[in-house]
Design a protein around this ligand. Structure first.
Ligand code: AMP
Ligand code: MG
Length: 327
């Protein structure tokens, strides 16, 4: 009898599998390198989860793209191309834009996705500079001021019931680069099991902890070297960094980055990077851009509204943290 019980127990333990770590990398979404890491009992189980995640990421990528047409219908490029007219869109677009409108109000217009007409001039200057560095130039100041006249949420009609969007000014444009990646990462991560980590460039979303309860380790880039500034333990949270070392170009020896101050219409100079940790990846993405653009005290007040924490790196390398960062 004893022998039988021991055999049954052994047999039972024999069935218990230790989840293994798997990883998948994609280069075709959100203009960045995307890595999904997860623990699963088999490669087949992980592959099925990864396949679903990739499909969803592609859907959001196409919907939120402002530079390319989407294969299956209208996207944000369509809204921009058809400025002046109402465009029928997927509800995921109206939901994103409602979130962006709230972000505009919460940040007192520092993070404003209707700045597209201005941001496009900086985007085009960067593309031209990277293609032909000898003729690199910053956008013309008068052109930037003229573009600014075609910005503001007063120019965007969002009909959530009819799922239509209309830029009322034919020269207005949307650019959701400050928010879309974190927003999509959050929606996609909601469909993942616990024990998965989705890394979309500088946007990381951790679903739960690792098997056994250990936290994930997330590295924060040193803005002034190719190494890490530090690593932090993360469980069930998003970590997003905005930095002056991302998407840069050089004119006459001076580097220009991609986060534009809506008042000066030039790259913001307050910080080298800002990292935000928060339960919501959409909020973390929005906040990292906002805090990059705001004086630190105002940024700290904004963090409180989202139960978020931040780490600021000043241009001289000085690191400061919000009160609850280390907790
Ligand atoms: P992030 O890397 O999340 O901080 O977002 C930077 C991106 O947001 C840029 O590449 C632009 O597409 C866009 N962006 C830059 N400045 C602003 C701004 N003041 N408000 C809204 N979007 C912006
Ligand atoms: Mg952002």
């Amino acid at each position: 009898m004893l022998w039988l019980t021991a055999a049954m127990l052994l047999g039972c333990f024999g069935c218990v599998k230790t989840p293994q770590r798997f990883e998948r990398t994609w280069y075709d979404v959100f203009d960045t390198v995307t890595v999904l890491t997860g623990y699963a009992d088999s490669a087949e189980e992980f592959d099925a989860v990864a396949e679903r995640a990739h499909q969803k990421l592609l859907e959001y990528h196409y919907l939120f793209d402002i530079y390319h047409d989407a294969p299956g219908g209208a996207n944000l490029k369509t809204v921009n191309d058809c400025a002046g007219e109402a465009v029928s869109v997927d509800p995921r677009i109206t939901e994103l834009l409602v979130f962006c409108r709230e972000a505009d109000a919460a940040t007192h217009h520092r993070v404003d996705v209707t700045l597209g007409a201005v941001l496009r001039l900086w985007h085009d200057a960067r593309e031209a500079a990277l293609a032909d560095p000898d003729h690199a130039a910053v956008p013309d100041a008068a052109a930037l001021r003229e573009a600014k006249r075609h910005t503001g949420f007063a120019l965007l009609e969002i009909d959530e019931a009819a799922h239509t969007v209309r830029l009322t000014d034919p020269l207005a444009r949307l650019d959701v680069g400050a928010i879309a990646k974190g927003y999509a990462g959050e929606r996609v991560a909601q469909g993942l099991p616990d024990g998965y980590l989705l890394n979309l460039g500088h946007n990381v979303v951790a679903n739960g902890a690792k098997p056994g309860g250990a936290a994930w380790t997330v590295g924060i880039q040193n803005p002034r070297s190719s190494g890490l500034l530090c690593t932090i333990p993360v469980t069930d949270q998003a970590v997003v960094t905005s930095g002056d070392y991302q998407r840069t170009f050089t004119v006459n020896g001076k580097d220009y980055h991609h986060i534009i101050d809506p008042d000066t219409l030039a790259p913001a100079e307050g910080f080298a990077s800002v990292t935000v940790r928060c339960a919501s990846s959409a909020a973390a993405d929005m906040l990292s851009t906002a805090l990059f653009l705001l004086p630190q005290a105002e940024g700290e007040r904004l963090l409180g509204q989202y139960s978020a924490e931040a780490l600021w790196v000043a241009p001289d390398g000085t690191v400061t943290k919000s009160d609850g960062w280390d907790a």
